[in-house]
Design a protein around this ligand. Sequence first.
Ligand code: DX5
Ligand code: ZN
Length: 240
Amino acid sequence: MKTRSKAKDGRRAISPSMNPKGALLAPSILSADFSRLGEELREVEAAGADWLHVDVMDGHFVPNLTVGPLVVQALKPWTRLPLDCHLMVSRPEDWIDAFVQAGADIITVHAEATVHLDRLLNRIRESGCRAGVSVNPGTSLAAIEEILDLVDLVLVMSVNPGFGGQKFIESALSKIERLAELRSSLTRQDGFLIEVDGGVNAENLGRLRRAGADVFVAGNAVFGTDDRRKAMAALRKALQ
Ligand code: DX5
Ligand code: ZN
């Protein structure tokens, strides 16, 4: 078992990223060149990425298959950035230990994928990883209201998960606004980050930031272009 640096509360220290002063960009490797993933990671890290978003799909919870813990483990030595693992799998509880050992920094599970969400989020936190919860476009925020004090991050899906390059679903904007309102009404001091995933691009990024999002996943907008540096710069500019 690897040793991990822990935060004061016993969880893994990946700050300052969990308490950002500004917005964070998290390129999704789903649209990267899978034959040279390590180099792709290095390129986007050099271009100013804050986190790396890893989309894990099981062909059951979503209609696509991607990567598992072995790939996370293989990618870990290629970057110093936090690995933001988005588990789009049924029964995510079966996979937590494997992703922790592989070197995941943030593990996000879907509220729709597990019956015992409270138990699962506690387990992720106890493992030393940061815990995230995600909701599909068709899922109400009511599904996660009771566990908001257990999460470091809420991932709002702005497409139906499964594929990169889909069209942004506009209702995500008001969902993020409502989530930000909920966050400001919480008693806990440290709050949680709001991450948005799906169809994010330079055109909608400013609106998403103003709605309250902190972390922006971008697959096609970064890896769908020839020049990653230029693509990242365009996203960063859109945030200003
Ligand atoms: C979709 C994934 C996303 C995807 C986003 O199911 O969760 O992270 O990679 O890709 P774009 O930015 O192309 O919509
Ligand atoms: Zn994702």
